[in-house]
Design a protein around this ligand. Structure first.
Ligand SMILES: *Cc1c(COP(=O)(O)O)cnc(C)c1O
Length: 237
């Protein structure tokens, strides 16, 4: 047992989610960065079946460790991926949630075509498009002005499937945070009017500190680390 009670924390977060969601279903991705394998196993056992990784090296070792324990969570990448790590990311993750350029989507497309040819994969690789909804120049994500056009060109790629949109909320006042989620929802709605994207209905927004606002503004999945695992063992991203 870890000093924090992960099962209790997951139950508490789920209770918060359902209170804020008022009957809508909202999923929970565990933000796994810097957590040791034992805690990920503990969290999975306590019902946390979706995992999100920022660090591609940790994605690979943790997911291999989980598979070794016969644990197969649905795993996504929630941090920026450098192009030289894309193929490792695709090998270990079921979805990449941080695609913010045509170039990255084209690389995923080429890689997935090769994976299909070699029998490693079937069908297009799922992605979320990351929007920079806060205007902060330090954030990754496509700018709001180019977002729908980016979705349009990426939707033409044969071996990539856009499943929805991801954003990191603004920092600052409640009004600023809410505005960034409202913007994300509006652009996601516009995106879904594009041909072939009617089903791209994942809206990944909300973390420990802004869960309520994100869910009130239509989030379909939140990414939670601190409220479940406590403070990270090694503070970085
Ligand atoms: C770390 C991280 C989270 C979780 O943040 P907490 O505040 O610990 O809940 C969510 N999303 C992304 C992209 C992250 O990097």
């Amino acid at each position: 047992m870890s000093p924090v009670n992960i099962a209790d924390n997951i139950a508490q977060v789920r209770e918060d989610i359902s209170r804020f969601a008022q009957g809508r279903h909202v999923d929970l991705i565990l933000a796994a960065k810097h957590q040791p394998l034992e805690l990920l196993i503990e969290a999975y056992t306590a019902g946390g079946t979706l995992m999100g990784h920022n660090l591609i090296d940790q994605l690979a070792t943790a997911t291999a460790g989980l598979h070794g324990a016969d644990i197969h969570p649905y795993t996504t990448v929630i941090g920026h991926v450098q192009s030289n790590k894309l193929s490792v990311a695709m090998r270990w993750a079921d979805r990449i949630d941080t695609v913010d350029s045509l170039k990255t989507a084209q690389r995923i497309n080429r890689r997935q075509e090769a994976r299909i040819a070699s029998g490693e994969a079937t069908g297009p690789y799922p992605i979320l498009l990351q929007l920079n909804s806060s205007g902060a120049s330090t954030q990754f994500g496509c700018d709001p002005e180019s977002f729908v056009e980016l979705a349009h060109v990426i939707s033409d790629l044969q071996f990539v499937r856009i499943a929805g949109v991801m954003t990191i909320g603004a920092r600052g006042s409640e009004a600023d945070i809410r505005a960034s989620f409202v913007l994300t929802r509006h652009l996601a709605e516009q995106m879904r009017e594009l041909p072939g994207l009617e089903q791209a209905d994942v809206l990944s927004m909300g973390m420990s500190g802004d869960l309520r606002l994100a869910i009130e503004e239509g989030s379909t999945v939140v990414r939670v680390g601190t409220a479940i695992f406590g403070a990270r063992p090694m503070q970085s991203v």
